[in-house]
Design a protein around this ligand. Structure first.
Ligand code: G3P
Length: 478
């Protein structure tokens, strides 16, 4: 790797004229690992101009050819699993096995998108006028889906590759061009992923990857007049972006406080497995992590015991060693998580494990007897700490779940499918999982947040549709 990674625009790797760089701090060593270019506003303008230009001929490129190029990029991406996975380990401290899985999942997503795209977009519609009162059969309306133009993609640090391609692939198959602004942590993984698209041979200017500080070019990008659609995944910044964006389609996936409601008849071994997977994988740094447990009082002790037995088996340490719990992304994040833990301590939560922290590494922690006044009951830690709130009725669990400002996913554990369906209907979240922890995938499933968790629906099919607009041509017979 070179000293400062170049950014990608107009089919070339470039140095920024700013002469400045942004350092990426390795969360494990807490030392600078890589540097990327700090792009200027002029460079953003240039990339937008090129994207606008390249999109016109891309939209006219046959759909099957667009699909073919995406299949090629997917294959190259999978071939580059190791170097990209290694970057993810260094940049975001993702456990090695999960880092490699992220790249493979991304390749699969790109291929699926190509296949789905040729079918969805190859399917137009013909309407006839005589179904509406007062009309005879003299009008034939042909509708098709056409691209929006330039799509701005802003993925988050926790899945810099996967949540980038989940925006890039639908945008491209639908005939859009793409400007990618990677997160700082994860920028090099993103650049490497873009290199795979470069190798696949996409036209110049169609894809660009602009690195730099969000504080310097973020607003400029998101309010740029050439942007026709924004697909953003991240934190509350998304709300500010949505307020400032013009009259363009937005796809936003922001935070979550995914609740897990556990009924008296639940299989507690299954629940405990899912709390470990849902609450602690990638150290809780997932939008869809289990972030609060509402357990019926009668089974809470038994459940906590089962979860504790599994927490004790989690390995804690560096991502290179494939530990279950690895350092969280930044010192600021670790401090925030610790603040939530201390607040819970002051307000009387029961600590099931000792709270331990070394640098950005926070040991997994289950907090029992949490009450709604504690910050951890409402706020999103994005770390390996899971609160348990004991409930006396199902209604109480639903009430707590729905009083959150978030509404991403939730889950319910019970053997009674009738109750599960009623609870699912009552939960104000984009998805409810019955007898499993929340999760976005499989990646063609719809994925959406209600309330402050976002707008629009993702998942491959929904994203392709969202990145198009309907065009009608009406043939009028004499
Ligand atoms: O933005 C969604 C992401 O944080 C969670 O994705 O696949 O871990 O459920 P996943």
């Amino acid at each position: 790797y070179g000293d400062v990674f170049k950014y990608y625009a107009d089919g070339e790797w470039k140095k920024s004229s700013s002469g400045q760089s942004v350092a990426i701090i390795n969360p494990t060593t807490r030392k600078p690992q890589y540097k990327v270019q700090a792009c200027t506003k002029e460079e953003v303008n240039k990339a937008m101009e090129r994207a606008k230009f390249a999109q016109k001929s891309w939209a006219r490129t046959p759909l099957w050819k667009r699909g073919e190029l995406l299949h090629k990029a997917a294959a190259i991406l999978k071939e580059h699993k190791s170097p990209i996975g290694e970057c993810l380990v260094k940049e975001i401290a993702k456990p090695a096995k999960d880092a490699f899985t992220e790249v493979v999942r991304s390749g699969d997503l790109v291929s699926y998108c190509a296949e789905e795209g040729v079918r969805i977009l190859g399917d137009g519609k013909l309407l006839v006028s005589d179904s509406f009162p007062g009309n005879d059969r003299s009008k034939y309306c042909l509708t098709s889906k056409i691209p929006l133009g330039v799509v701005l993609a802003i993925p988050p640090y926790n899945y810099p590759v996967n949540l980038a391609v989940s925006k890039i692939a639908p945008a491209l198959i639908a005939g859009n061009s793409l400007v990618l602004k990677p997160p700082t942590q994860g920028a090099v993984s993103c650049l490497h992923m873009v290199h795979c698209f470069h190798l696949a041979g996409f036209p110049k200017g169609l894809i660009s990857c602009i690195t730099g500080k969000g504080s310097q070019i973020g607003d400029f990008l998101t309010t740029h007049p050439d942007v026709d659609c924004i697909s953003f995944t991240g934190g509350d910044t998304g709300i500010a972006i949505a307020k400032k964006a013009g009259m363009i389609p937005l796809q936003m996936e922001l935070g979550g406080k995914d609740a897990c409601i556990i009924l008296e008849d639940a299989d507690l071994n299954l629940v405990a497995e899912n709390i470990i997977k849902g609450g602690f994988s990638y150290s809780g740094q997932r939008c869809t992590a289990v972030k609060v447990i509402f357990a019926m009082e009668s089974i809470a002790d038994a459940l906590v015991e089962k979860v504790n037995a599994r927490v004790a088996k989690l390995t804690v340490g560096p991502p290179e060693k494939n530990c279950d719990i690895t350092p969280v992304v930044s010192e600021a994040s670790a401090n925030f998580i610790e603040g939530l833990i201390m607040d819970a301590k002051d307000k009387g939560a029961k600590f099931c494990q000792e709270h331990k922290r070394e640098g950005n590494l926070i040991w997994p922690l289950l907090l029992d007897h949490v009450t709604p006044d504690m910050r951890i009951a409402r706020e999103e830690p994005f770390g390996p700490v899971v609160p348990v709130i004991r409930i006396k009725s199902i209604e109480e669990g639903i009430h707590h779940c729905n009083s959150s400002k978030y509404g991403l996913q939730g889950c319910v554990f019970t053997k009674d499918i009738n109750k599960a369906m009623l609870i699912s209907d009552a939960m104000e979240t984009g998805t409810v999982q019955i007898n499993s922890a929340p999760a976005r995938g499989p990646d063609h499933f719809p994925f959406q947040g209600f309330k402050d968790s976002g707008i629009g629906s993702q998942g491959i099919t929904n994203s392709i549709n969202m990145m198009t607009k309907t065009k009608s041509t009406v043939i009028n017979l004499p």
